[in-house]
Write a protein that binds this ligand. Structure first.
Ligand SMILES: [Zn+2]
Length: 132
């Protein structure tokens, strides 16, 4: 085992540990909408009104369809923001773990994978491990 392999294995183990400790997460993106609704009777139609909002909503794709969710309270919005942020954190860690693992694959000599294959073969022949 080379130093590079050891280093990369440690990095990967660290990342996997961090992935294992992520909290509640959810997909989607939260956007703010604001402005005037266009109804002439609405308060937002009065001169000088800043309009509605900002109103926050979460959108995400489910089987190609966009699903929209609104939040009943600022606390619900904050909770969702934390959950979405956690997902991005999770994605980031996964991406890093894959990159490190790819480097590790490249660093592994082909011979390093051979002993495992031999073990499997020995197991398959069952009991007669000394006979060949
Ligand atoms: Zn309005």
């Amino acid at each position: 085992m080379t130093d590079i392999e050891l280093q990369l294995e440690k990095q990967r183990a660290d990342l996997l540990e961090r992935i294992g400790s992520v909290g509640d997460l959810r997909r989607g993106s939260i956007t703010a909408t604001s402005g005037k609704c266009g109804k002439p009777t609405c308060h937002c139609a009065k001169p000088g009104s800043p309009g509605h909002g900002p109103n926050y909503r979460l959108t995400r794709k489910v089987r190609g369809k966009t699903v929209t969710e609104t939040f009943p309270s600022p606390a619900a919005l904050e909770k969702a923001q934390r959950e979405v942020a956690e997902f991005h954190h999770f994605q980031d860690l996964c991406e890093q773990a894959v990159v490190v693992s790819e480097l590790l694959c490249a660093a592994r000599p082909v011979e390093a994978t051979l002993p495992q294959q031999e073990k499997k073969q020995r197991k398959r022949s069952g009991g007669k491990s000394n006979a060949k």
